[in-house]
Design a protein around this ligand. Structure first.
Ligand SMILES: [Zn+2]
Length: 131
């Protein structure tokens, strides 16, 4: 019996299984695509996570201490995200998530989300922000 190797980089984002993930060619930008044989979901296994999905990680890096967002008012959460998303990232080609968002959606939808870009010199990424 052939032992199936499980490649952790191929984990279906939909059903969370790492087995029965097969190659499904490449997308237009040449990125490898995978297909989950369990739920038939196609995804990019080593695709970069860009922009907004990173908030959480970045936030926890700087504001760790066991607090959850539930402890903060919406205004405070918006303030935090305003700062976090104003930081330019190497992974975003030197752009901040705000800039990427405006570029992708051709619209400053950030106003709709209740958050706003912070000038780089004024960005605070530590608990000092809340004091
Ligand atoms: Zn799946």
């Amino acid at each position: 019996m052939r032992k199936q190797t499980i490649d952790e980089t191929r984990r279906c984002p939909k059903c969370g299984r790492a087995e029965n993930q097969i190659n499904a060619g490449y997308n237009r930008s040449g990125t490898r695509r995978c297909l989950c044989k369990i739920c038939n979901y196609k995804y990019t296994p080593d695709g970069k996570t860009q922009g907004f999905p990173q908030h959480g990680a970045l936030f926890h890096e700087h504001f760790s201490g066991g607090s959850s967002f539930d402890d903060y008012s919406q205004e405070t959460v918006n303030l935090i995200f305003s700062h976090v998303n104003s930081v330019r990232r190497k992974s975003l080609g030197g752009k901040s998530p705000f800039e990427v968002f405006a570029f992708l959606f051709d619209h400053d939808a950030t106003a709709v989300l209740g958050i706003r870009p912070i000038p780089p010199a004024e960005v605070i990424q530590s608990p000092k922000l809340l004091r």
